[in-house]
Design a protein around this ligand. Structure first.
Ligand SMILES: [Zn+2]
Ligand SMILES: [Zn+2]
Length: 467
């Protein structure tokens, strides 16, 4: 498997620390608001990395943090007159809901920053003791000039001029000594901890270092984030962690590019700021967004607009229909291998090989999706004939589900009994040539959120998608 490592700025062959196992840390959300679709693109990217590793038979130990204490969460909680815990749990739950709707593999350990304060303090105390960090009036700071490799990820130079920054996020032009621990002031309200350090709270960067090392070890295989985290967040994570452990922090750094809306950066002021709820509110299936995300390469900017999303909604409907039709079509048993059987098997094997190649080529999901769709074309050819040999069916459906294990764009769902009953009644009316009644039944099915497609000799019910 080849991936682009931001640390070496090269495509590299992936090699795990321990054979067959991967440790992976992904920077999670700061839960001060709903996550937007730009964040969701990043989370879908994490999911794709994990699924690709699983395709290559790795056992993946994946940790994702939930940042529930930082400048933004504290400010938000105070403004809303909620406790920090109450406020952040609200948005953490929405976040997990979004991941579920996007069919993200939840085989992940989610951990909250506030559950790991002791580990953060332990690291900070050692950094101070060894001279990498120092105490100032308002907190404890990391001295970037003490870490000789500072800048190795982002290319940022430490020029020796003195500056110190307390904010979690800061300008991307200059290296500064950054806050590891911020002493309490009135703006922090109830958000403070004591212990080995003076009353205060952690800086954002130390949180990820502590959680990554605690749950996955001092050196891990993969750390993922969005490109805007390279500096300062990830550069700072490396500095703290490696000064603390004297070991390499991460072997492979993987970063996903931004999402734009109509070519512009998403922002509240431009009124082009969307959440998954906004897309759902316009009638879109969340998986259409997933499909859009995986159809672009993670290292390219993804330009979002609703016209485009509509295209993916249509494609999603087609995928759903093809898979359901393949499952529904009549099966028969051919006694022995015939030409069609051998040909299907060969074609499918070739497609799966190409699919895997695409995925392993720095996660070329755009190309992988094309191969997945060509499997569905093969399936459509068969279903159009009105029946399929059992053996060919199983070859095709195994391949489709293997590819879908990586792309995650199809989820099976149950059609309610009453909808099935209506559809059967409609089929009966059609046979009796009572077309007006049949159409009324189709409308009724549609009003209930389902649609019906007629195939050779049968019909298929799917969810209704936007036209
Ligand atoms: Zn990170
Ligand atoms: Zn992080």
């Amino acid at each position: 498997m080849k991936v682009y490592n931001s640390l070496s700025r090269k495509i590299e062959n992936f090699k795990a620390l321990e054979q067959g196992k991967v440790t992976m840390y992904t920077c999670g959300p700061t839960v001060y608001n709903y996550v937007h679709i730009g964040n969701l693109r990043t989370f879908i990217f994490y999911d794709t990395v994990k699924r690709a590793l699983k395709l290559n038979d790795y056992k993946v130990k994946h940790v994702m943090n939930i940042t529930d204490v930082d400048d933004k969460t504290i400010k938000g909680a105070i403004e809303r007159r909620m406790s920090l815990k109450e406020y952040t749990e609200l948005y953490a739950n929405y976040f997990l809901e979004d991941l579920n709707k996007l069919n993200v593999d939840m085989d992940t350990k989610f951990t909250k920053a506030t559950d790991n304060i002791d580990e953060m303090q332990k690291i900070i105390v050692k950094l101070v003791k060894e001279g990498y960090a120092y105490e100032a009036d308002d907190g404890v700071y990391f001295n970037v000039s003490k870490f000789k490799d500072y800048g190795k990820l982002s290319g940022m130079k430490v020029d020796g001029s003195y500056s110190r920054i307390k904010n979690d996020d800061y300008d991307k032009e200059n290296a500064s000594d950054f806050a590891l621990w911020k002493y309490w002031d009135a703006n922090d309200g109830e958000a403070y901890w004591k212990g080995e350090l003076k009353k205060g709270r952690p800086g954002w960067h130390i949180e990820c270092s502590a959680m990554s090392m605690k749950y996955l070890g001092k050196t891990i295989d993969i750390h993922c984030g969005a490109v805007d985290l390279i500096f300062p967040h990830h550069e700072n994570e490396i500095a703290q962690s490696e000064s603390y452990s004297k070991q390499k922090f991460v072997n492979y750094w993987l970063h996903a590019e931004h999402l734009l809306v109509n070519g512009q950066k998403m922002s509240k002021s431009l009124n082009n700021f969307y959440t998954l709820k906004d897309l759902e509110g316009q009638g879109f299936n969340p998986l259409s967004f997933r499909l859009m995300a995986i159809d672009s390469h993670y290292r390219n900017k993804l330009d979002f607009n609703f016209e485009n999303l509509r295209k993916y909604e249509k494609l999603l409907a087609k995928i759903d229909l093809s898979i359901k039709a393949l499952n529904k079509v009549e099966k028969y048993e051919e006694k022995e291998d015939n030409y069609s059987r051998v040909q299907t098997k060969q074609k499918v094997e070739k497609v799966i090989e190409l699919f895997k190649e695409a995925v392993n080529n720095d996660l070329n999901t755009h190309e992988a999706l094309q191969h997945f769709l060509s499997l569905l074309d093969l399936a459509d050819e068969k279903t159009k004939k009105g029946k399929i040999d059992n053996n060919e069916f199983s070859v095709l459906s195994t391949a489709i589900s293997k590819a879908n294990d990586v792309l995650g764009i199809y989820i099976d769902y149950k059609i309610p009994e009453e909808i099935i009953a209506l559809a059967e009644e409609r089929e009966q009316k059609r046979r009796e040539k009572q077309f007006i009644e049949a159409d009324l039944l189709r409308e009724k099915i549609s009003e209930n959120g389902y649609s019906i497609a007629d195939l050779t000799g049968t019909f298929v019910i799917t969810k209704k998608y936007l036209d």
